[in-house]
Design a protein around this ligand. Sequence first.
Ligand code: PLP
Length: 413
Amino acid sequence: MQAQWPVWPRGSENGRKVLADTLFSGRWTLSGPWAGRRSNEQEFAAQWAEYNGAAHCVPTANGTSALTIAMEALDVGYGDEVIVPGLTWVASASAVLNLNAVPVLVDIDPATLCIDPAAVESAITPRTKAIVVVHLYCSMADMDAILDIGQRHGIPVIEDSAQAHGARWRGAAAGTLGRIGTFSMQETKLLTAGEGGAAITDDPELFDRMFQLHADGRRQAQQPLAVDQMELVEKSSVMGNNYCLSEFGAGVLIDQLALLEDEHRLREENAQRLTKALDAIPGVSRVQIPDAVTRPTYYHYAVRYDPAAFAGKPLQDVIRALTAELGFPVNRCYPALQAHPLYQPHTKRRYRLGDAHVVAVDPRRFELPNARRAHDEVFTFHHRLLLAGTADIDSVAEAISKVARSAHEIETS
Ligand SMILES: *Cc1c(COP(=O)(O)O)cnc(C)c1O
């Protein structure tokens, strides 16, 4: 019998109360007038900064806008290059394009699927303005090596931690090792309000800039407010856009954050159980997590497969069989950005900023052999699978084993 897999996202009774409370609070956004109490947005900002051990947090409408204000705060713009891994969700690179800068795609470390520090170093030019690392799948980018490169070349590092809420590198939270860390709270992510995001930093000047960049240039009023007075004041040092999170989204995040540690613990226990079971099956292994990751989190649990153990069947066929066996969607890891169907800079007229720019943003100019190979060798499970009971977790390894044994029967697409 197939398991009844947990649903994601998961509502809570407290979440229902928070939403109703916000609905009748007289305040639905940070940019509205003061309604007699701290906004959900500012409450979530304080809680998310504290959770990560960061000094400051700017909540945003989504993860893409968090990356946007992070790069704009570091003055990324036209003529600049930003180094981005060639294996990531498209937003890590498309946010760079939107600033009229050039994403320089570099290859990954095939063992961890995260950006390869040696590839970062060889991609640096006098135009490199920032390095964006992405903590992907259950792993983390090699922050020791990346921070050292950033320091030696005087280039700031941004950690796109959209898939790594609460992960830790030598005890420090993902997003606190670089100059700025960004998060997505889109529905599939480990902490979510459907849409949402955040940028964290210890630097008060970057915080001041990011705050203005996310609120049309407005800053927060310093003096105590009277009811109906605007909390955001028009005293600006940098032009912004509106990337504010609504009070509803912020309220849901406050509720969900209270549940996050218990969910992390459950996913961690189940991931360890699954990894142990996979160790006993020839031809499959969990993607490597470096020892420096003192606390992994599991957005996508990633498994490397050896076709030889599956009668030489290609990954997409094995995945189809596995999905049918489990009644749970199994996915390939991302295509390399160079070949990603959603990464098509040439289709957007706003990126045609001259012949040299058009050539520079063409992803086909990059060689990303490790990222390309990963798409044929790695399959993933969304983290809601890891919220299941132990018997269902055991059924995952059994299903993989069964598909391997009967692989010669899988039809090739
Ligand atoms: C989800 C995600 C983003 C973008 O976040 P949105 O909230 O969808 O804008 C950026 N980077 C990575 C690695 C992501 O997984």
